[in-house]
Every structure is written in structure tokens, then in C-alpha cells.
Design a protein around this ligand. Structure first.
Ligand code: PEP
Ligand code: MG
Length: 955
């Protein structure tokens, strides 16, 4: 919601400034600030965002008194321009442009050339001495107004235009004569009458008031809503509306329009870059219909205008202390500024610009850290085509065409031509590359569903390029060698044709388009400016950053990305590896039986002690029998544990070594045992099929054509396995025999793991390697679970250390992943040296949502229906789960001042959640290796968030 206390519904540009962004929107605030700086800005005014909110409050009606105020302010523009709105002799034309607080490029509506009618068009023709220009402006206006205000499809006007061109035997719009354009205007108006059921409005005041309302309404068009959701822009801000005197870039060859940037948005290099079109109107550049020229063309033709632009750029960048994206128009050799805003840039550029600006003394180190987003760091870690793979593809003649690199990154996917098809295929799990002549804001959802975007027209500031860059989607534009047939759904390059569904690869950093897919690799470290930014971030962050890694390779990768330790090693992943799985399965099949019999033996032993006489003898006999029965499964259980011990030891040795000098938190076995066994339903089908085959085979039927019959021994083994899997089946395994409950019921497994860890640690320590193991007990909810498991861990650890004669610092702690654990955190902390929030399970158990089912069933509906703002399994629910965490931190630290507290659920790598963890005062976050750099940055940004900002802000 707007925070300023201003009360005026409308501000002239000279009355506003950059700090009024909430009220005037980004564009309005920029125009006001530029006006204040004395830059050449055509006069105008801004209707505030509050008026837009009021419009919605009134049920989409113009707020009381606003129409009169708008018309009054138009008079001020009239005076400044010496023209009259609707004056047939000297007409004032205006643009009506949207502009929200956050930039939403192309998502809302704009109307240009407003103020034209039968009389003023003639006036404009006379005044400019150019009837062609006047009627071209009029037909553009009718088309735009009808699209935005009257909801008539743009395409229907384009069809009329195409027909006209055909009839006149011309190719380009600019070849149409004044008379043809005049006739076209009549045809357009006929079309409006037929399709909209009303005459095109000829009263300029009516035009203006209708346009303002349509721009208000465009705040809530579908594509704007989608964009806001993607960009996390609140829906209740509203848009401002800017009414500004028109300047014309399409009045001849000494006119033009362009978009420029104070630095290179691709590389970050300090050079004014941009696109320019001679004799064109603003929309022509952004729409991507004509491929624009580089700014150098302007420099060649009008060096003074180019120099003016360079000077204005430098002035604006210094003023705002950030890279600017500007729109300008040159009318008859005079430059006018129409917009300045914070420029979107690629991840590479963002990093370079932040570092360069710090070096230039324009911003501080803290600001530089805040100038790079977590998403951009993420993009730097996206896969790329390795040089050798791409070289091979090019040498094999797989280069299809080369366009303009518009958004870096490597993408491979199936060709798709329509945004709706992109959405469908994405839903079917297929990566797609959206291929179109150009994109429009209506394609936004489909673009978002694509892994890459390729257009045959448009420049680096076309809609496709801007949106792709903003969203970090690899993109190539202006690939003119491609001929795209949207009807037939084919794309042709030379004599080759690609159909929908065929695979292509694009390199958004070089503009290459290649046939088929090419293997991609992910970067293994961050270097140069990105490394520098993260080093700066490390100096300010309060949170430690650990990684979740289960093997030495991941651990080493995490370390290269800057992880300071391992916050979670899920040991079950070691059990799942193919060479161990058979052993683990044997163990699981033997363990329940062994444990059951062992408990029976134990009970009987007690009974024997207490019994006397004949009863004692009988019990003794039963005890002997039971011991015999136990011997079999117990032997297998012990054997398998003995086999697993050295394997686990080796795993731990590798990880501890890779993380030498850092803490490594090893979590004892966590998942329900059935996860290691074959799927019950599949096994059941297999066994039943075999039974059937056997039955037929017994009746001497030849079954060889139907299936392969198992041997008797095989079938017996599968039947036994089925029995075991059935017996281990639980109604709700996530709440069943897992986490520490597993270690309490089958202590031998945990004992083996702890022994393996400490044997590995001792071996390394005695070779001089600095090892720092921590043992983490999962899923504790009761203090007695904590005590039991911790005592067991301590006993085994101490035994190994004694055996090996090694002294070692180590810690034992617990995961906090159950609501009960957060409630009794005080008592748990008396037996734990650390807590690590397992927010995956804590979210699951706090909400009572299954973490495995929620995302695929009700969460999307919940988000759509606004029951939940975000998926709580992705962004930590600070209001609910977070409060439990807060309670646990406070109680835990109160009971044990030395308690270390971290988080190792997936939220540990998510920026909003990291900010929350910072606010809780956690010691560290732990996340997957590829999120470590993101976490380093996000932790620093969280630490800096409370510091005041300096200078002009466009945020
Ligand atoms: C958790 O529950 O947050 C956690 C890290 O453990 P897992 O995802 O392995 O259950
Ligand atoms: Mg868990």
C-alpha cells in the first residue's frame, strides 16, 4: 500500500520527485525527477496509484471529481505547449501510459496519439505539412484505443491493414499513401462500429477519460496478474496513469525513437547501449516487429543527439546511482526523455556492475551486495554448453542459424510455437523452446513455461528479450534466417525444416541455434566478480552456511561453493547405493525377526530367574528352543551389519576428509525401512503372476509365450520377500517406524553407524587430518528418546575412541522436526549440543500436510484460492512453523547457553526463509551444494536489510 501521505489525486511532473514512487509509480516518479533535473521531458501529469485503488473500490468507476481534475490539468499542458486539446487548428495530442510502482514491462496498457478526430487530424496534417503522417497517427490511434479501451482484437485491425497493403500492391506500412491511410481510417471505424456496437469516440475528452479508466483496468488483466505472481509483486498496489504531451519520432527521417541503457545489460560493460529506429513510434521498438539499429547508427547520423543522450545517461546514472534503462524520442532533431528506470540486466551484468560501481565509488560494498539478487546468483550456476561439446555440434553441421544473444544460458528443448502449447507440454514434464516471430505480453505464461525463447525478429530490447532476461530464461532474438510458419507449425532455415516437437538447442550467450540436444554441464565454482561479491557477503553475514551432502563429491563441490561445513549427511543415501542395497535388504529381512525373538529370549530369561521347580525347567526348555530359533536371523542380522560397517566407514572417511577442518553432521538412519525394499504392489503382482503360470505349467500348458517361469527356489525367495515387505508395510510410514524410533527398536543399526563414523574419524585423526564429526539424532519428540539414543551414541563413540587410543572433539545433537520437540525443547537441550531444524518434517507435522502429496494435490489450489500465499514446503511458514522454531530456540538456549542451532530442511537454501532464520538468530543454515552461494548472499542481504539506504532509490 502507498506509504506517502499525499492527498492530491494528480501531480504535474514538476510537482513530484523520485521518492514518490508509491504514489506516482515508477514511470511517473522518473518523469517527475527528470523534470526536476531540468532534462527535456514533454510536459504532463500523473494520476496517482491511490486513484486506481479508488477506481476499484468504486466498482471500476471513475472516482468522484477525478474527470474534472484530469481535464483541468490538461489545460496546464495546453498552456505549456501552446496547443489546444481538440483544437482543429493546433491540436495537442497526448499519450496515456500505465506505470506501477514496480516495473512490469509491457504487462499493462498504453494509448498513444490520443486527441485525434476528424477535425484535429486535418489540423495535424496542415501543421506538419504531412498528411501521410497525420493519417498514419490516426489509424495507429484507432487501432490502439480499440484494442485497449474497446477490447477489439489487434489482429483484426492488422488484417484490414494487410488487405489494404495487398490491394495497393505495397509491402511496407510506410509505402501506403495519405489517401490510402485516410481510407483505412474509415475502414477501421466501420470495423469498430460493427464489432463494438458503437461509433469510435470523436470527442477528445471522452477519449481521454475512457483511456484513463482502461489503463486503471489493465492493472488486473490476466498477464499483469501472472507477472505479479511470478515476480512477487503485491496485487494491491494499483497503477498510476501518466498523461503526457506527445512527441513524434515518426515525423520523418530526422526523427526516431529508442531505448538506451547506461551500461551493457548483457555484459555489464560501461558503455551506453541500446536500440534505435529512425522514423518510428515508441511501440515499434518494443513490439519487436522491426529489428532496430544499434545506437551507433544514431551516432553516425546525428552525433550531437547521440552525445546529448550519452550526457543525459551519465547524469541519470550518477543521480540514481544505478544503471538506467531510458526511453527517448527524437522529434525533428530534438531529444525528449520519456522514461528512466532501474535497468533489468543479466546475472553476469548485475554482478559486474555492482563490483564496478563499488570500485567507481558510486555505491558502497553493502549496496553492491544488495544489487545482486539470489536468483541472479542461481542463474550463474545454471548449466552451460561445454566448449568441446558445442564445438563438436558445430563441426557436425548442427548450427541452424545465429541470432542476437538476448538472455544468457544454454537451453535444449522441443520446438513449440504457441504459448498455450508450451504450457501443455511443460505440464507433461517436457522442456520446450518457444519459437515465434516475436512475443507479446499475451505470451507471458507460455514464456515462463519454456526453458528457452527464440524469435526471428526483434532486437535486444524487444518484449521477448526483456522478459526473458528478467526471468533468467535463455533467449535468442532477431534470428532472421528463420522463417516461422505459425499455421503449419514449422520453422525453416535454408532448406531444413523443423516441426513442433523436434529438439533444438539455443545458446543465449552467443545467439547460436543448433539442431538436436547438446549435453550441458553445471559450473563447479564461482569466479571473478561473483566470487568477490560473495566474499564481501561473507564479511557481513551473521549466519553460517553449511551444505547438505551425502558423499565426498558433493561435499567437495559444496566446499568449492563456500560451504563451511556439512549440516546434514543423510546416511540412508549410502544404504541405497546398488552395491549395498542387497546387503541392506538382507539386514532388513532379518532384523525384525531377530529383534522379536531377542525380546522373547530376554523376557523368558527374566521369567526363568523368578520361576522354581518344574516350572523353571519348562521355561528353561522353552528358552533353549527360542535361542535356537533366534540364532538364524540373528546371525544374518549381525553378518549384514558386519558387512555394512566397513562400507559405511569408507563413506564417512571420504566425507570427513573432503571437509577437513569443518564440522560434519552425520544423521543416523532416518527413513522407514520399507523404502529399501521392493515396491509391495509390484512384488505382489509378480508373485501372483508366477503362481498363475505355475498352475498352468502344472496342467502341462505351454506358458513360455506368456512369461518366464521362475525356478522353485526363486519363487520361494520372492514369496518370502513378499511376506517381509507385507509385514513391514505401515499405514502411515512417515509417522511410523522411522527416525530415532528405528534406532530404539533396532539399536544395532545405529550402533554400527556410530562405530563406522568414529573408526573413520580415528583413522583420519591419527594420520593428522583435522576431523570434526557431529552425530545427529533424527525425529526426537520425547526427552527419553533423546536420552536413550544419546547414551547409546556416547557409549559406542567412547568405546571406539578408547579402543583406538584417540582423543577427538565431537558433538551429539538432534533434529527438531516434530511440534512436540519444539514444545519440550528446553529438556531436549539439556542432552543435546545442537539443534537442527528439519523443517521438511516440521512443516509436514505442523500443518498435518503430507510432504509427498501436498504439492501434487491441494497446494496449487490453495495458492490459487489464496488460502495460502506460498507453498510452505518451499518458503518457510514464519507465522506457524516459524513460531514453533522461535519457541524452541528460546527454550533451548535458555536451558543450554552453548546450544548451537541451525536448519537443514530445504528452506535452508531459500532466501525468504534464510532471512527469517537470520531474524531468529540461528547459527547456520544448511542447504544443497548448488544453493550454498545463494545462501551466502541471502544471509548477507538479511543482515544488511535493516541498515538505512542512501541516495535516490528506485526500489
Ligand atoms: C527435514 O525433515 O527437514 C529433513 C532435513 O529431513 P528429511 O528431509 O530427510 O526428512
Ligand atoms: Mg526429516
Amino acid at each position: 500500500m502507498p506509504t506517502t501521505t499525499a492527498t492530491k489525486p494528480i501531480y504535474l511532473f514538476e510537482e513530484g520527485n523520485a521518492s514518490m514512487r508509491d504514489l506516482l509509480g515508477g514511470k511517473g516518479a522518473g518523469l517527475a525527477e527528470m523534470t526536476g533535473m531540468g532534462l527535456p521531458v514533454p510536459p504532463g501529469f500523473t494520476i496517482t496509484t491511490q486513484q486506481c485503488l479508488e477506481y476499484y473500490k468504486q466498482g471500476k468507476k471513475m472516482p468522484a471529481g477525478l474527470s474534472e481534475l484530469i481535464l483541468e490539468n490538461v489545460k496546464t499542458i495546453e498552456k505549456k505547449m501552446g496547443k489546444g486539446f481538440g483544437d482543429p487548428k493546433n491540436p495537442l495530442l497526448v499519450s496515456v501510459r500505465s506505470g506501477a510502482r514496480e516495473s512490469m514491462p509491457g504487462m499493462m496498457d498504453t494509448v498513444l496519439n490520443l486527441g485525434l478526430n476528424d477535425q484535429t487530424v486535418e489540423g495535424l496534417a496542415k501543421l506538419t505539412g504531412d498528411a501521410r503522417f497525420a493519417y498514419d497517427a490516426f489509424r495507429r490511434f484507432i487501432q490502439m484505443f480499440s484494442d485497449v479501451v474497446l477490447n477489439l482484437k489487434k489482429r483484426s485491425f492488422e488484417e484490414i491493414l494487410s488487405k489494404k497493403k495487398k490491394a495497393q500492391g505495397v509491402k511496407e506500412d510506410s509505402d501506403l499513401t495519405a489517401d490510402s491511410l485516410k481510407a483505412l481510417v474509415s475502414e477501421y471505424r466501420e470495423h469498430v462500429k460493427k464489432s463494438a456496437g458503437r461509433e469510435f469516440p470523436m470527442d477528445v475528452k471522452e477519449q481521454l477519460l475512457m483511456a484513463v479508466q482502461a489503463v486503471f483496468a489493465s492493472w488486473n488483466n490476466e498477464r499483469a496478474i501472472v507477472y505479479r505472481e511470478k515476480e512477487n509483486i503485491p496485487h494491491d498496489l494499483g497503477t498510476a496513469v501518466n498523461v503526457q504531451s506527445m512527441v513524434f519520432g515518426n515525423m520523418g527521417s530526422d526523427c526516431g525513437t529508442g531505448v538506451s541503457f547506461t551500461r551493457n545489460y548483457n555484459t555489464g560493460a560501461k558503455e551506453v547501449t541500446g536500440d534505435f529506429l529512425f522514423n518510428a513510434q515508441g511501440e515499434d521498438v518494443v513490439a519487436g516487429i522491426r529489428t532496430p539499429l544499434q545506437l551507433s547508427a544514431l551516432k553516425d547520423k546525428s552525433p550531437e543527439i547521440h552525445q546529448q543522450l550519452v550526457d543525459i545517461s551519465a547524469n541519470l546514472e550518477k543521480h540514481y546511482r544505478d544503471m538506467q534503462d531510458m526511453e527517448f524520442t527524437v522529434e525533428r532533431g530534438k531529444i525528449f526523455m520519456l522514461q528512466t528506470r532501474r535497468a533489468k540486466r543479466t546475472a553476469q551484468a548485475a554482478v559486474k556492475i555492482a563490483v564496478d560501481m563499488e570500485k567507481e565509488g558510486l555505491i558502497t560494498q553493502s549496496e553492491a551486495i544488495q544489487r545482486v539478487s539470489a536468483d541472479q546468483i542461481d542463474q550463474l550456476l545454471h548449466p552451460y554448453f561445454p566448449v568441446d561439446k558445442k564445438k563438436a555440434a558445430l563441426e557436425a553441421g548442427r548450427l541452424v542459424a545465429k541470432g542476437i544473444p538476448a538472455s544468457p544460458g544454454a537451453a535444449c528443448g522441443e520446438v513449440v510455437f504457441e504459448a498455450v502449447d508450451a504450457l501443455k507440454l511443460k505440464a507433461a514434464g517436457k522442456p520446450v523452446i518457444l519459437v515465434r516471430p516475436e512475443t507479446t505480453p499475451d505470451d507471458a505464461q507460455g514464456m515462463l513455461a519454456s526453458v528457452g525463447i527464440l524469435t526471428s525478429t526483434g532486437g535486444p530490447t524487444s518484449h521477448a528479450a526483456l522478459v526473458a532476461r528478467g526471468w533468467g530464461i535463455p533467449c535468442v532474438v532477431g534470428c532472421e534466417a528463420l522463417s516461422i510458419d505459425l499455421e503449419k507449425k514449422t520453422v525453416t532455415a535454408g532448406n531444413k525444416v523443423w516441426k513442433e516437437g523436434q529438439a533444438i538447442s539455443i545458446d543465449g550467450s552467443t545467439g547460436e541455434v543448433m539442431e538436436g540436444t547438446i549435453d550441458r554441464v553445471s559450473p563447479s565454482e564461482l569466479t571473478g566478480d561473483a566470487k568477490l561479491i560473495l566474499d564481501w557477503a561473507d564479511k557481513v553475514r551473521k549466519l553460517g552456511v553449511y551444505a547438505n551432502a551425502d558423499n565426498p563429491k558433493d561435499a567437495a563441490r559444496a566446499r568449492a561453493f563456500g560451504a563451511e561445513g556439512i549440516g546434514l549427511c543423510r546416511t540412508e543415501h549410502m544404504f541405497m547405493e546398488t552395491d549395498r542395497l542387497p546387503i541392506v535388504q538382507r539386514m532388513i529381512m532379518a532384523a525384525p525377526e531377530a529383534e522379536r525373538l531377542k525380546r522373547g529370549v530376554h523376557r523368558l530369561e527374566l521369567d526363568v530367574v523368578e520361576a522354581a521347580g518344574h516350572k523353571k525347567e519348562e521355561l528353561q526348555h522353552r528358552l533353549d528352543e527360542l535361542k535356537k530359533e533366534l540364532a538364524g536371523p540373528w546371525k544374518i542380522y549381525q553378518e549384514t551389519l558386519t558387512q555394512l560397517l566397513p562400507v559405511q566407514r569408507e563413506d564417512f572417511r571420504g566425507i570427513l576428509k573432503a571437509m577437513e577442518g569443518c564440522w560434519v553432521i552425520i544423521r543416523l538412519l532416518d527413513p522407514p525401512l520399507h523404502e529399501f525394499l521392493p515396491n509391495y504392489e509390484e512384488l505382489l503382482v509378480e508373485v501372483a503372476e508366477q503362481r498363475m503360470l505355475q498352475k498352468f505349467a502344472d496342467q502341462k500348458v505351454d506358458v513360455s509365450k506368456v512369461g518366464k517361469l521362475h525356478s522353485q527356489a526363486e519363487q520361494k525367495e520372492r514369496e518370502a520377500l513378499l511376506g517381509k515387505v507385507r509385514s513391514l508395510k505401515e499405514f502411515n510410514p512417515m509417522l511410523g517406524l522411522r527416525v530415532c524410533r528405528l534406532g530404539i527398536v533396532y539399536p544395532e543399526i545405529y550402533r554400527m553407524q556410530v562405530r563406522a563414523l568414529f573408526e573413520a574419524a580415528c583413522e583420519l585423526k591419527s594420520k593428522g587430518v583435522d576431523v570434526k564429526p557431529e552425530v545427529m539424532i533424527p525425529g526426537v519428540g520425547h526427552v527419553n528418546e533423546m536420552k536413550f539414543t544419546r547414551d547409546m551414541v556416547q557409549e559406542v563413540a567412547q568405546t571406539v575412541l578408547r579402543e583406538k587410543g584417540v582423543t577427538l572433539t565431537y558433538k551429539v545433537g538432534t533434529m527438531v522436526e516434530l511440534p512436540r520437540a519444539t514444545v519440550v525443547a528446553g529438556s531436549l537441550a539439556q542432552h543435546a549440543e545442537f539443534f537442527s531444524f528439519g523443517t521438511n518434517d516440521l512443516t509436514q507435522t505442523t500443518f498435518g500436510y503430507s510432504r509427498d502429496d501436498a504439492a501434487g494435490t491441494f497446494i496449487p489450489v490453495y495458492i490459487e484460492k489464496k488460502i495460502l500465499e506460498r507453498d510452505p514446503f518451499q518458503v518457510l511458514d514464519s507465522e506457524g512453523v516459524g513460531q514453533l522454531m522461535r519457541m524452541a530456540v528460546e527454550a533451548g538456549r535458555h536451558a543450554n547457553a552453548k546450544l548451537e542451532v541451525g536448519i537443514c530442511g530445504e528452506h535452508g537454501g531459500e532466501p525468504h526463509s534464510i532471512a527469517f532464520c537470520h531474524s531468529l538468530g540461528l547459527n547456520y543454515v544448511s542447504c544443497s551444494p548448488y544453493r550454498v552461494p545463494i545462501a551466502r548472499l541471502a544471509a548477507a542481504q538479511a543482515a544488511l536489510a535493516s541498515q538505512p539506504k542512501s541516495g535516490k532509490s528506485q526500489d
